[in-house]
Design a protein around this ligand. Structure first.
Ligand code: PMP
Length: 395
């Protein structure tokens, strides 16, 4: 039977760069001890008080269909949080609750892209971006950023690709680079979106994980509230990856259409999950600080380890739960280095090439294991890189 072009071409068929990840998975399944630094999964679980609220809500009967746009309580809570943090007037009518940030990304592109329209995104990119844009029927086009600019995008890199484009997807704090976009970068992007009439889809799921500088939501820039769709999530801020609870914040008219889309796709998010999310978002900053703290600590440890050598470069680690390490001094690709590291030291990291082409010669390290093992693994990475760089220089 024939399948749709859209679904069979969602991911372009390529698994390049993910081979290391799957090989590590197989080794673990076979009983090998592998230090897993590949994906962005917390090493702590959802806080017990959040689970207690989930349980209370479910026992109180919130197990039926919930309101499709989200409960009034959670929509109001998200609106108040966004308004507090950005100063932009926001009500529940600007908010759609979604099953995680991923489905919000899909819905946002579906809302603004017609088949054949171009959806722009920036390379290096979070793995699902091109498939999400294609899934919404659009043509996914990557804009290269450069390691030399610490992967901060510039308008003059985006501008030549704008022809036919209706949207630009950005992500700050950034996965995979750990970079936080500067005010200057965001101003340039905002100006570009207004000049070239682009929707800005702003993925801000790491907004509570900023180690240096500050998180700026581009929706707060002049003239941007009417053309920005912000994607948020409970996954990273509150270690609720499995709860599948996120949102889109945008203009009321768009949210009205998105509610209609949700009625015909997800049909909402479980009420007991939404109650738990409302609790978590109003319980004070303590809960999210507890979730962010391990990454903040490990980032400091990483700066110490990396400060003691000069083979491995560190892309400015300003936010999110990852470090992007430049291993070009070894003369190897990120993929070759990651494979060799897995073979010789049983440490699994993601090759930069898993995230496009801009981060070739880099590896991404997730800061998701306990501090001592993390620091030791990073030291091993540095020692290994230094050996390989020595051999490379002698060649
Ligand atoms: N955006 C980025 C940049 C991510 O890294 C992730 C998850 N790793 C998501 C969106 C989606 O997260 P979720 O669906 O769990 O909210």
């Amino acid at each position: 039977m024939k399948l749709s072009h859209r679904i069979t071409h969602l991911t372009d068929g390529g698994s390049d760069g993910w081979d290391v990840f799957y090989r590590a998975r197989r080794m673990i399944a076979e009983g090998h001890a592998v230090t897993e630094l590949t994906i962005g999964e917390h090493d702590i679980r959802t806080d017990a008080t959040i689970l207690a609220e989930m349980d209370r809500s479910a026992r109180d009967g919130h197990t039926g269909y919930a309101m499709v746009p989200g409960t009034d309580l959670l929509r109001d809570t998200v609106a108040a949080r966004v308004q507090n943090r950005t100063g932009v007037a926001t009500t529940r009518h600007n908010v759609l609750i979604t099953p995680g940030g991923q489905s919000a990304l899909f819905a946002a592109h579906t809302a603004v892209c017609d088949p054949g329209d171009v959806g722009l995104y920036l390379d290096p990119y979070y793995a699902t971006y091109p498939g999400t844009i294609r899934g919404a029927g659009a043509i996914a086009k990557a804009v290269q950023t450069r390691a030399e600019d610490a992967f901060q995008p510039r308008a003059d890199m985006i501008e030549p690709l704008v022809e036919g484009a209706v949207s630009l997807l950005i992500n700050t704090p950034n996965n995979p680079t750990g970079v936080v976009y500067s005010r200057e970068t965001l101003n340039e992007i905002a100006d570009l979106c207004q000049r070239r009439d682009l929707w800005l889809i702003s993925d801000e799921v790491y907004d509570t994980q900023v180690w240096e500088g500050e998180h700026l939501s581009p929706r707060a820039l002049p003239g941007m509230a009417e053309r920005t769709l912000v994607v948020g999530s409970m996954s990273k801020s509150h270690a609720m990856t499995g709860s599948r609870c996120g949102w889109i914040v945008g203009p009321e008219e768009v949210v009205q259409h998105l509610i209609n889309l949700a009625t015909h796709t997800t049909y909402g998010v479980p009420g007991f999950i939404q109650d738990a999310a409302s609790y978590a978002l109003t319980a004070g900053d303590g809960l999210e600080e507890e979730v962010a703290a391990p990454f903040r600590r490990r980032r400091s440890l990483a700066m110490q380890v990396l400060g003691g050598q000069n083979t491995v470069g560190l892309v400015p680690a300003q936010g999110a739960m990852y470090l992007m390490l430049d291993i070009r001094a070894t003369g190897m690709s990120g993929e070759a280095f990651a494979n060799a590291l897995l073979d010789t030291h049983a440490i699994a990291v993601m090759p930069g090439e898993s995230f496009g082409t801009a981060a070739a010669g880099h590896i991404r390290v997730a800061m998701t294991i306990d501090d001592d093992r993390f620091a030791a693994a990073l030291q091993t990475v540095c020692n290994f890189a230094s050996e390989l760089a020595g051999q490379h220089a002698a060649e």
